[in-house]
Write a protein that binds this ligand. Structure first.
Ligand code: GDP
Length: 520
């Protein structure tokens, strides 16, 4: 069985916290991780030369006791969400880095929401305090507005002023992490069972074969153990710690590079020690087969809002997580405000885990996949790769263009009422390649139908850079010189939009119809 410590309470021993560093781009995550690595790499005391293996441990003294902390050495929340998306809980505490000269920025809030949704306590590192424009108290004030109240203001979040350049405050930050872990978490593991954990990084090295850095979560991993790691298996031939030294054992919370696997496991894949090589191979083969089957069934795995709603109706699912994206901060705020007013009683929780302005991105989709959230797009669209990724990960993306329609549907579903009778049916998309002006017809868009079809009198939206500029109808449609009612994928056409002429080359016209919803 994966994921549980065996044995009773008495077999559990304290383990170091595992920390991920998150925050807005350029606020100093990488620099801070580099600076912390140099504070006191546990095993590096002898040689002093450290090796980047994807995670490292440092030790610090708190209340006269030596305490260790494990840092995941990948800055940013991409790594965090990618691992979560695979069901791996890799992090105990998040360090939220905020540059004191820049203050709270969109990705600061995104990172905070991710940590919250994962129920991981946050320590705030107010970085760059060496800079002339630094205003650490402003950062405290800003985050207070987001519910992260500093201890010195009576809250329960530790804020520490640091500089990754001058190295000021680094020891205080380490202490704050230990104190937060002690106060909020009970970090213990059985160190004598067969080892389990997750893979955090892997690559192929010529001459040495597949190399994976794993984070031991339970048990003690030893050279000679037979292990399964994702679809890979093998016998641990050698282990290397973050100081580049060869080690024989790795206890809970320790990251080590493992040599001897048959393949490279992915970040977030779980590993476990089994009794012998044969068992390891059998489990690995079964996992590979399952992965292949899962990839084939990806389409059928879609977790739709309807399924969530059904679960809610049956009282199975107690919460609905949403990510809101809109065409302006006003519309996103209005949507969130309206959502907060939905009275759903005490049984269900409606939680907005992230919100933002602009088209739906891959980050949004990864986050939704990690937390089973539904994405609400208000006058915005998922573009390119984000759309494919949503399909692949089975993330439900819902588009709305009027606030009350979104609210109605969510409210109705949450209350277990009937679903709306009409729903939007996509017809197709056309890309504007040329623009012509005619004294009779006005501004004509020369289009290529990139998928589906375009129909005269159908509803249409004009989309520029992922944002919906208008919703109107197709008022005329021509193929070569003839008026036509419909043009299909792969053909060119000229069309005009009713009452709308602000079009540009590169804009996308999306057409749709309202259809009666099929009842299941
Ligand atoms: P990341 O995108 O969050 O990983 O940010 P980086 O670590 O790459 O840092 C962005 C920039 O800020 C770099 O030019 C760093 O040298 C600089 N920087 C990071 N920390 C500090 C700091 O404490 N003080 C000053 N003055 N500059 C810093």
């Amino acid at each position: 069985e994966f994921g549980e410590d065996t044995g009773g309470e008495e077999e559990l021993v304290a383990r170091p916290p595992v920390v991920t560093v998150m925050g807005h781009v350029d606020h100093g995550k990488t620099k801070l991780l580099d600076a912390l690595r140099k504070t006191n790499v546990v095993a590096g005391e002898a040689g002093g030369i450290t090796q980047k293996i994807g995670a490292y441990q440092v030790s610090t003294e708190v209340d006269d006791q030596e305490r260790k902390i494990t840092f995941i050495d990948t800055p940013g929340h991409e790594a965090f969400t990618a691992m979560r998306a695979r069901g791996a809980k890799s992090t105990d505490i998040a360090v939220l880095v905020v540059a004191a000269d820049d203050g709270v920025m969109p990705q600061t809030i995104e990172a905070l929401n991710i940590a919250r949704a994962a129920e991981v306590p946050v320590v705030v590192a107010v970085n760059k305090i060496d800079k002339p424009g630094a205003d650490p108290s402003k950062v405290r004030g800003q985050l207070t507005e987001y519910g992260l109240v500093p201890e010195e203001y009576g809250g329960d979040t530790m804020f520490v002023n640091v500089s990754a350049i001058t190295r000021d405050g680094l020891d205080d930050l380490l202490e704050a992490i230990v104190l937060t872990a002690d106060a909020a978490l009970d970090l213990r593991a059985n160190d004598s069972m067969d080892s389990q954990g997750i893979s955090i990084e892997g690559h192929l090295e010529t001459g040495r074969g597949p190399i994976a850095t794993v984070l031991v979560q339970r048990g003690t991993l030893r050279v000679g153990d037979s292990i399964v790691a994702g679809p890979a298996h093998g016998r641990v031939r050698a282990m290397i710690n973050d100081a580049g030294e060869s080690v024989k054992e790795a206890p809970p919370s320790m990251p080590v590079q493992v040599l001897g696997l048959t393949a490279v496991p992915g970040a977030g894949d779980s590993f476990l020690v089994v009794s012998d090589d044969r068992t390891a191979r059998q489990i690995a083969d079964r996992r590979s087969a399952r992965l292949r089957a899962a990839a084939q069934a990806a389409g059928a795995r879609r977790k739709t809002l309807d399924q969530l709603f059904e679960q809610l109706e049956k009282g199975e699912k107690q919460e609905l997580k949403l990510i809101l994206k809109g065409d302006g901060s006003g519309s996103v705020e209005a949507l969130e405000e309206a959502l907060s007013k939905i009275d759903v009683g005490d049984e269900v929780a409606l939680q907005v885990i992230d919100r933002g302005v602009g088209g739906i991105t891959e980050t949004n989709v990864n986050l939704a996949a990690a937390f089973d959230a539904v994405i609400i797009g208000f006058n915005v669209r998922a573009q390119g790769k984000a759309s494919e990724l949503a399909d692949r990960l089975g993330v439900d993306v819902r588009y709305y263009s009027v606030i009350y329609a979104a609210i109605d549907e969510i409210e109705a579903a949450l209350k277990g009422m009937l679903k709306p009778v009409y729903e939007e049916a996509q017809l197709g998309q056309a890309e504007i390649r040329n623009i012509f002006r005619s004294s009779r017809a006005g501004v004509i868009a020369g289009c290529m139908i990139t998928n589906g079809l375009v129909r005269r009198n159908a509803s249409a939206r004009l989309i520029r850079d992922g944002v919906v500029l208008t919703e109107t109808t197709i008022s005329s449609l021509r193929r070569e010189k003839d008026d036509v009612t419909e043009v299909r994928e792969g053909f060119e056409c000229g069309l005009t939009l009713a009452n709308y002429s602000d079009i540009r080359v590169g804009d996308v016209v999306e057409t749709f119809e309202m259809r009666e919803k099929e009842r299941v």
